[in-house]
Design a binder for this molecule. Structure first.
Ligand code: FAD
Length: 374
């Protein structure tokens, strides 16, 4: 097995790994990105809503709240500077019954405490003036102007270009198998066609669904006792016909519904979802991403609460993604786990585990945080 020397190794070329690689390269590090697949961003980073979230929902003070608000602002600026298409279309969070309407002031307050700008409560009539296809049942809505959509693949290519321009490299078809913490850094072993050993000063583990087993396979690193991964599949459907909305439409969170949202993607298609289907904890990636057409029934029922004009037969199954969660069903939602030397004590190692939504929106801010932890 050949042995190579490296400065900073990033495991995984999804949104998070690419952004960490960019931030490390900008801070003067020589970066080597190891990716198991034959192309960048083929897992969760290409199986999501491509929404730039404003940061309404997350617990104030959490990493999710901070990195989403900061990351969203940075992402719009980055897209503008790098010619990446982004559309600040705004979003309406709509309440269609008394229970949901009663919950809107608390959500607005949380958003404001999180530092979300350009956000206000509007009544049903104003919501329908903005979006005439909304149901007459919509009583109140939160209008967030900072929410939007962007071309995530153009963004990933821009990140890759930035770290490569500064001397970094990306190696595809190179799964990391394990590692050892040594006196001088971290030694990584790769599998695949050309197994090799890489002696690195620093390692960022941004392997998405596989981040926890990879962290545990680094002998001498943190083992995260008791932690296990849980998987929630999110399926999308598209609606045929002319787009009926200009903004993102999200129903208020309600325990009886899945909160299926609606977006008009950059190609002008109406996309609905994702829903939430808890998979068995015993599953390991790669997942079955096939969308079950029978799930359309829930989509019709839930979406018609706010869009009664959705026609029978309009929905077709689209794609799906799987959220990597570090808490199980019924447990309070967890924050991102961004675990650096100050917490686990291994110099030069950062593990990123459970980077579910809003990981894409937050990715630029996560990259800069990780480069700082190094
Ligand atoms: C249904 C759904 C909708 C979402 N919608 C949004 C949204 O609208 N907005 C938003 O902000 N966020 C959204 N998210 C969250 C967002 O997509 C993720 O947080 C983000 O893509 C995570 O990126 P990542 O780089 O951590 O993971 P991934 O994109 O999964 O990247 C991990 C990479 O690591 C590689 N890898 C794995 N094992 C190894 C190994 N052994 N060696 C080398 N490489 C390895 C994989 O091949 C992969 O390329 C959504 C998520 C889901 C599931």
């Amino acid at each position: 097995m050949e042995t190579f020397e490296a400065d900073a190794v990033v495991i995984g070329a999804g949104a998070v790994g690419l952004s960490c690689a960019r931030a490390l390269a900008l801070s003067g590090r020589e970066v080597l990105v190891l990716e198991a697949a034959s192309a960048i961003a083929t897992e969760t980073s290409s199986r999501n809503s491509e929404v730039i979230h404003a940061g309404l929902y997350y617990t104030t003070g959490s990493l999710k709240a901070q990195l989403c608000v900061e990351g969203g602002r940075k992402l719009y600026a980055y897209c503008a500077a790098h010619g990446v298409e982004a559309h600040r279309c705004g979003k309406l969070v709509v309440a269609v019954d008394d229970h949901e309407a009663a919950a809107t002031p608390a959500l607005l307050k949380r958003a404001q405490e999180n530092g979300v700008e350009d956000i206000r409560l509007i009544d049903g009539a104003e919501a329908r003036r903005l979006e005439p296809a909304l149901s007459p049942d919509v009583r109140v809505a939160i209008h967030s102007e900072a929410s939007g959509l962007f071309d995530s693949h153009a963004y990933f290519l821009a990140l890759q270009g930035e770290f490569e321009d500064r001397g970094g490299s990306l190696v595809l078809n190179t799964p990391v198998a394990r590692g050892d913490v040594t006196k001088n850094g971290i030694e990584i072993e790769t599998a695949g066609d050309n197994p090799s050993r890489i002696r690195a000063q620093s390692v960022v583990n941004a392997a998405g669904h596989r981040a926890l087993p990879i962290a545990r396979s680094i002998a001498g690193g943190p083992v995260y006792d008791g932690m296990r991964m849980h998987w929630v599949k999110g399926s999308y459907f598209t609606a045929t016909g002319r787009a009926a909305f200009a903004r993102l439409i999200y129903p208020m969170h309600n325990q009886a519904t899945q909160g299926l949202h609606l977006a008009i993607d950059l190609g002008g298609r109406t996309r609905l979802g994702p829903d939430a289907e808890w998979l068995s904890d015993a599953l390991t990636p790669p997942f079955d991403y096939e969308v079950d057409s029978a799930r359309a029934v829930h989509f019709y029922n839930e979406v018609r609460r706010y869009w009664p004009g959705l026609k029978d037969g309009a929905l077709s199954p689209d794609y799906s993604g799987v959220r990597p969660k570090i808490v199980g069903k019924g447990e309070p939602s967890a924050d991102f786990l961004i675990d650096g030397p100050a917490r686990h004590g291994v110099a030069g190692l950062v593990n990123l585990i459970g980077i579910e939504s809003p990981g894409l929106t937050s990715s630029l801010a996560i990259g800069e945080l990780v480069a700082g932890l190094m």
